[in-house]
Design a protein around this ligand. Structure first.
Ligand code: PLP
Length: 626
């Protein structure tokens, strides 16, 4: 179990039971309901869906909304803070309607709102955040239509705050609000001077794409004063970037933001909200450190630090405590979804069934490689490794010069990989392993081919070396002893996972089990609910995955039920998004088969079958039917 560090990254939502199965703990309690993920997969298969599939655990999503709000409520009570907390969920982190709806519903008791950063997102926010007490924070670049949508929200009695990201947007907002005769609710985004760290550090600092410098903030305040709109300024916003691993960075940003807020409040503006943006990190690798894929703080510490810093600065400046807003997306959504795939093939570097007998006429290089294998023992691993490498290099030269036949070269390579495999096995008995031999274990790893696309289901793994926890869903009461690489089915050498968690940190390979014939060996890719779920690209035309929405139910025998199963994209769907016309394509095939039938090259009965087959393939899932 320790192999995959599950207790460290799971935030108590996942656990391995005594039967060695990965379970979801919807209530974050080991003594409470366990849902083995493989039981969900069995039911998915019974419903006619095939792997790969995205499983969404809606109770996990709801729990995270609650955890975030309660963390702030507790910190506010403990610090005797005079304001309150009013968070918003940034739609872009996972725009799926079901996710947004669930978050809004779970957050209604806390007046939890939404954040939008584009016109489609504001359209969604207006329709789904109908609670008049909660906030709708409007970020991103804006045009007149965007401003009009925000003002429509205000007219309907919603708390739609337009955050000015660039100075020119202010004039645009004032122009449109005069035309519409609606007083806007305005926020200003501060460009932080405190530089952030991590993969999204460019969101802050002087070169950040968004935000107003202190000078531009002063200019904006002047404009509002001249326009007699002091009362319209409601919020100060800043965002330090996503996945901020080090609490120090968060504290620096909040101190800077609070100071600017307090100064504005002192100037007589009726400002009410301080919005600290996103950044609350996830401990993907379980190291509880300030590494990019981790965080060195807990949720309650984050809330406490924000509340305390804001309180101290506002008290110091003698201004009222603001309502604290955060825009946490990753922390709410990451744990709730996982991708389940299956191993469909194993690629070994040698084949037991490929045996070429050594004959007296065989080349001496082949004979030498054979002797290396025969003489290999625990005491001469390093020596035999060197010899085998040398023979392999020499044989390749000999093959290029036409001295070796194709079969001889194949036999030499086959025996070479057998030598490597046996050395790897012998090493397990040794206490001290020299460095060269250590690397061998990784180099000799088998490739487990999994039915999914990294580009569609784990885009950040490919794009920015994001670490995601990956582990088999079963047999975790047996020690996994195969060193493996995980490859996807895309025709791209980038289509593999190159980093895995293990007990000592990150590894290029993952330990998996030897798979028995016909065994359904399922692998889960966890913490994919934030960004990964929605950023996937259809590289190789692999489309969206089937998706099921699971709810816990203690009254149900299995402890859960599938509320909704949504079919993933078909080949026809994906082709259509790339401007192909599946109907036209089917006609082309039909026409050509008809011509072949007329020419007597295809039997009419078979021709009809071929056309049906092609049309049917257009309606099928884009992944392998395994
Ligand atoms: N708010 C803004 C303005 C953002 O740009 C982002 C993402 O970077 C977020 C909120 C969400 O951040 P996170 O997912 O780290 O909570």
């Amino acid at each position: 179990q320790q192999q995959y560090n599950i207790e460290r990254w799971s935030d108590s939502f996942f656990h391995i039971n005594e039967s060695g199965e990965v379970c979801v703990l919807p209530y974050q309690e080991k003594d409470d309901l366990h849902i083995p993920i493989n039981r969900v997969v069995d039911e998915i298969k019974l419903q006619g869906l095939k792997l790969p599939v995205v499983i969404r655990f809606h109770d996990v999503l709801r729990a995270q909304v609650r955890n975030l709000n309660l963390a702030f409520d507790n910190a506010i009570k403990e610090m005797e803070y005079q304001g309150c907390y009013r968070g918003v969920y940034p739609i872009k982190v996972n725009q799926m309607r079901e996710v947004v709806e669930e978050i809004v519903d779970a957050g209604s008791e806390f007046d939890f709102g939404l954040e939008a950063g584009s016109k489609p997102e504001i359209l969604a926010a207006l329709a789904y955040n109908t609670n008049k007490e909660s906030l709708t924070i409007l970020n991103g670049y804006k045009d007149e239509e965007y401003m009009r949508l925000a003002l429509l929200g205000v007219k309907m009695g919603r708390q739609c705050i337009v955050v000015i990201e660039n100075f020119s947007e202010l004039n645009l907002l004032l122009k449109v609000s005069k035309q519409e005769n609606i007083r806007p609710l305005i926020g200003l985004r501060l460009k932080l001077s405190s530089e952030s760290r991590g993969k999204w550090a460019s969101s802050s600092g002087e070169n950040a794409k968004f935000g107003l410098s202190i000078l531009e903030i002063i200019k904006s305040l002047k404009v509002l004063e001249e326009e007699n709109m002091l009362d319209c300024l409601k919020l100060l916003h800043f965002h330090m970037g996503s996945q901020i691993a080090d609490i120090k960075t968060i504290k620096e940003a909040i101190i800077e933001g609070s100071r600017v807020y307090a100064k504005i409040a002192k100037m007589g503006f009726n400002i009410e909200y301080l919005d600290a943006g996103g950044g609350l990190a996830i401990d993907y690798d379980g190291s509880r450190s300030s590494k990019d894929s981790s965080r060195n703080y807990r949720l309650d510490e984050y809330a406490m630090d924000l509340v305390l810093s804001i309180k101290q600065i506002c008290d110091d400046e003698e201004v009222a405590h603001p309502t604290i807003v955060t825009e946490s997306g990753r922390a709410i959504t990451a744990h709730h979804s996982c991708v389940v795939t299956n191993v469909i093939d194993i690629k070994k570097k040698h084949h037991e069934d490929f045996e070429i007998q050594v004959q007296s006429s065989d080349h001496y290089l082949l004979q030498n490689m054979r002797s290396t294998l025969e003489e290999l023992s625990i005491n001469n691993c390093q020596e035999m490794l060197n010899t085998a490498k040398q023979i392999k290099a020499e044989s390749m030269q000999a093959f290029k010069l036409g001295i070796l036949e194709l079969e001889e070269q194949a036999a030499i390579e086959n025996i070479y990989w057998r030598v490597m495999e046996q050395i790897t096995a012998l090493l397990k008995q040794k206490e001290f392993i020299p460095e060269d031999l250590l690397a061998l274990e990784k180099a000799h790893a088998k490739q487990y081919l999994c039915n999914f696309s990294v580009f569609q289901s784990a885009a950040d793994v490919w794009a920015i070396d994001q670490v995601l926890p990956i582990l088999p869903l079963q047999r975790l009461n047996e020690v996994p002893d195969e060193d493996c690489k995980l490859c996807d089915i895309s025709c791209d050498s980038d289509g593999q996972i190159k980093q895995f968690l293990d007990t000592e940190g990150l590894s290029e390979t993952i330990k998996l089990h030897k798979i028995n014939n016909d065994e359904a060996y399922h692998i889960g890719i966890f913490l994919t609910g934030a960004y990964q779920d929605v950023m996937g690209i259809t590289h190789n035309l692999f489309g969206r995955l089937h998706e099921v929405h699971v709810y816990a139910d203690k009254n149900d025998e299995s402890g859960f039920y599938i509320d909704e199963a949504i079919s993933g994209g078909t080949a026809g769907d994906v082709l259509s998004t790339m401007q192909y016309n599946p109907d036209f394509m089917a006609q082309v095939i039909k026409k050509e088969i008809d011509t072949n039938i007329k020419a007597g090259q295809i039997q009419a009965r078979m021709g009809v079958k071929y056309v049906d087959f092609y049309e049917n393939c257009l309606k099928q899932y884009t992944y392998l039917d395994s």
